[in-house]
Design a protein around this ligand. Sequence first.
Ligand code: ATP
Ligand code: MG
Length: 235
Amino acid sequence: MTRMTRNPRHSGVFIAGTDTGIGKTIVSCALLRALCAAGLRATGMKPVASGCAMTPDGLRNDDALALIAASDSKPEYADCNPFAFAEPVSPHIAAAATPVTMAPIAAAFSRLAARADFVVVEGVGGWLAPLSDRLLANAIPHSLRLPAILVVGLKLGCLNHAQLTARAIRDDGCKLIGWIGNHIDPDMARPEENVATLRRLLPVPCLGILPFAATSDPHAQASRMSAAIEAIVSA
Ligand SMILES: Nc1ncnc2c1ncn2[C@@H]1O[C@H](COP(=O)(O)OP(=O)(O)OP(=O)(O)O)[C@@H](O)[C@H]1O
Ligand SMILES: [Mg+2]
């Protein structure tokens, strides 16, 4: 892969999803590996995570650990994941004692961005998932001024979810640079026709399609991210 230079206007990208559990982490890790392979310093961030395990070092979340493993520099855990909650429920329910606010997320993002060409920020649930009684997940890309890539979990219902999310992203004034389809359902009927329909209905280009894969090895998936990293670098 050819070496790329970063566009100084952006230092990150937000990985939005049509829902929870549709492949944001898989795509984020593959993008991180692809950015690193293109000669860029890339670091992952999961600003808010619920469903964390207690370890001797504190609460740890699998998504954040996967993003750190796929990053070229190894960020401090607390910068990668400033809000970690044990209970696997919506953050606004899990976080009663320590409500999520944007300031610690923005400060952690700045520290990561200072040591990287790109920060790949994984979203929390879907676009409007509540983070607190005052904040929804869309506050993160909006406040950090990040362009977004929409990961579409390819399954029944995704044609509606993808259009709704793309509309919401644009209505919120965020820049949507493209979408990536992720085959999470090996039994989905007529997958090619569904992908063709998404290409027709969504207002931005398809930047890649990930096959259903028994392994989630981000190195194996990174080769499918060339169009996505071209779009990120020139966004
Ligand atoms: N292309 C794929 N092939 C096979 N399994 C996949 C694929 N993409 C995702 N999965 C599986 O689906 C599950 C959800 O994926 P992932 O954790 O990336 O979703 P997510 O959108 O990041 O979820 P969350 O909202 O919890 O962060 C995981 O078990 C993952 O291994
Ligand atoms: Mg995830």
